[in-house]
Design a binder for this molecule. Sequence first.
Ligand code: FCB
Length: 458
Amino acid sequence: MSLTPPSAFPPGFAWGVATSALQVEGAAAEDGRGESTWDRFAATPGRVKGGDRPTVACDHYHRFPEDVALMAALGVDAYRFSLSWPRLFPTGGEARPLVAGLDFYDRLVDALLAAGITPWATLHHWDLPQPLQDAGGWPARSTVDAFLRLAEAATRRLGDRVRHWLTVNEPWVVAHLGYGAGVHAPGLTDPRAALAAAHHLLLAHGRAVPLVRAQVPGARVGIVLNATDVEPASPSAADAAAARLGDGHLLRWFADPLYGRGYPDDVCADLRERGLLPAGAPPWLRPGDLDDIATPTDLLGVNYYMRGVARSDRVPEADNLPRTVPLPPPDRCTDLGWEIHPPGLTRLLLRLHRDYAPRSLVVTENGAAYGEGPDGTGRVRDSRRVAYLREHLAACAEALAQGVPLHGYFHWSLLDNFEWAEGFSARFGLVHVDFETGQRRPKDSFHAYRRWIAAHRR
Ligand code: FCB
């Protein structure tokens, strides 16, 4: 079935699947849950494809026992989910969390543990309470304090059973797509605000780490970065510089301060040149912040989907060397047009290990959008996802063979779900969801992953 032997993965390697609260839970107005920036964004015409809204989504809030049973059938060791911030703090400003919200995660965690599945909780996977946004959102420093109240409440209640905590999911996406490009909630287009948001997300992470440790015996805590291996489109010096700078904005801007190096000089210089950073210290940077951000962690989560290719816009196209990295043919792209490039995952893991030496690396997300639905017999033949999965698992094995301390792989996602600005049109699940009825149907990829886990678990 697979050319990758079980011995390619270390004993105790965590085989998992991932989701996030806003994308699967639904029950948007139940048990006192407040409005999140994504509820507001999706309710605004023209923001989310098809006008889709996450109000019901997969109805995981009510159907979680069925979803836990699916995970048990899949045979995963671990489930990465996130806590809905407005379910715990409807306005973000309350002194105490909503008991009903905590009770939900309590039941979920107990159901997972009863099924032998280790819970991995993400504290912030993008669903900021709207009132916190109205008070400034992530560009405002006060949001860091609100986040610490969330971290405190969640770990106090669940820390006796949940050891694995991920602070923030993909700060680059939150900051730059939400506050810079405006294509994610809250839909603002202010690149300076995006930089302030990025800093506060990192600060929120760093300050949460000791707080999680204080409440969770044996805690394993880290952050999740979206990353890709940015390659130059040609061997020209201009493309090499573009690739270096692209990587600087996407990855080094986050990883450098997390690993004690501060913000990278070349990216600062680029931002100054573009008038986005002042000549002196940026207004959002206060003494002590960089020390807090660099608080040591136990693991680094990496979300990898595709390769990045950089072409310089600083030289005229006619003066640049011809591209040597060809544009991918359609059959090497997913339905979202993302290039399928498994060697990029190996290279990324090797590079993170070499440059930052995190104690442990975990692929916290990897997956593909493919639209296959049930055939006449109800079977979902998603052979393209099966191939994607297999190729990326082989890429993980390759990184392990080259010495990367990789300790887990979480497929995105267990279920088809609300794919942010793409709405329900982009399906990433191992399990097909009929969004009219809520019916779940394991796809061929579910069975392929089940067989893989059974063959490779040690
Ligand atoms: C990542 C997000 C995740 C999901 C995948 C496809 O950026 O963390 O929630 O939407 O992309």
